[in-house]
Design a protein around this ligand. Structure first.
Ligand SMILES: [Fe+2]
Ligand SMILES: [Fe+2]
Length: 265
């Protein structure tokens, strides 16, 4: 059995502080073999700089997925191909820097990690069909254990993709909406799924953004200030237990932590 923690979108400094605060507590309770996090919002809510990548590696994150914000910090173009533990959506142009699917080494064996982006209600980028792209990735993969971060807005698209690959991958974990959903389950073929893992950031915020700025944006269609909120940290993730011989997931457990709340560990 291999135990993997997947952490929802880390949003700005408060999100990084949440990981710094809660990851050691989770590690105390679970003998984790691999820690994966969505890093697309980890630098001030938009993108991931090399400095923040290094900081999160020091805290104990082993690998990162991205999403629609992966090019927001332009310096990622210079460093993403020099590291071997970051994936950006696989179904964007082949000229885009970075890789969409990678293989990670753990003490329990190899783990494939793939990032996909949905096409419904996400305007950035020219996107290929994630269903076709994942077919070709799976066809060309040898690894039994395969985790997909399906970065998408629509619950329908995330749930559909989960059923589409059921029995062919270990887990399809939704990200992007920053709200943890309570629909985690293991499908008939052994693929774990959750519509959205959630996020790490300020509990009193709108998806990580400061509340007045978010209200102004939603009310008026623009805002002078959509900077990350600060304050009490929230940490969302899931812990997976996967059979290393079959690649099928045996359990998926939501983790939802705040300084005065402890769900899932
Ligand atoms: Fe995000
Ligand atoms: Fe996103």
């Amino acid at each position: 059995m291999i135990k993997i923690l997947f952490i929802g979108d880390i949003y700005g400094k408060t999100g990084r502080n949440a990981v710094r605060r809660f990851l050691p507590i989770i590690k105390e309770k679970h003998d984790l073999d691999l820690v994966i996090a969505n890093g697309e919002n980890s630098t001030h809510g938009k993108g991931m700089s090399k400095k923040v990548y290094d900081e999160l590696m020091d805290i104990g994150v082993d690998a990162f997925t991205m999403g629609n914000h992966f090019l927001d910090k332009k310096d990622i173009i210079n460093w993403v191909d020099t590291v071997n533990n970051v994936v950006r959506p696989a179904n964007v142009g082949f000229t885009t820097p970075g890789k969409g699917s990678i293989v990670l080494d753990t003490k329990k064996g190899k783990v494939r990690l793939t990032n996909l982006i949905g096409r419904i209600f996400i305007k950035e980028f020219d996107k290929g069909n994630p269903f076709d792209v994942i077919d070709s990735i799976i066809e060309n993969s040898e690894e039994k254990i395969h985790i997909i971060d399906m970065h998408a807005e629509a619950t329908s698209e995330k749930r559909s993709l989960s059923y589409y690959v059921d029995g062919r991958v270990s887990a399809v974990l939704g990200t992007h909406t920053h709200i943890q959903t309570a629909d985690e389950r293991i499908l008939a073929g052994g693929t774990a799924t959750i519509t959205d893992v959630g996020f790490c950031g300020a509990y009193e915020s709108v998806l990580g953004i400061n509340i007045p700025g978010a209200i102004e944006y939603c009310k008026a269609g623009y805002s002078k200030n959509t900077s990350p909120a600060e304050g009490e940290e929230e940490f969302n993730g899931v812990v997976l237990e996967i059979d290393i011989t079959t690649g099928k997931t045996k359990s998926i457990k939501r983790v939802n932590l705040r300084p005065d709340k402890n769900e899932g560990i």
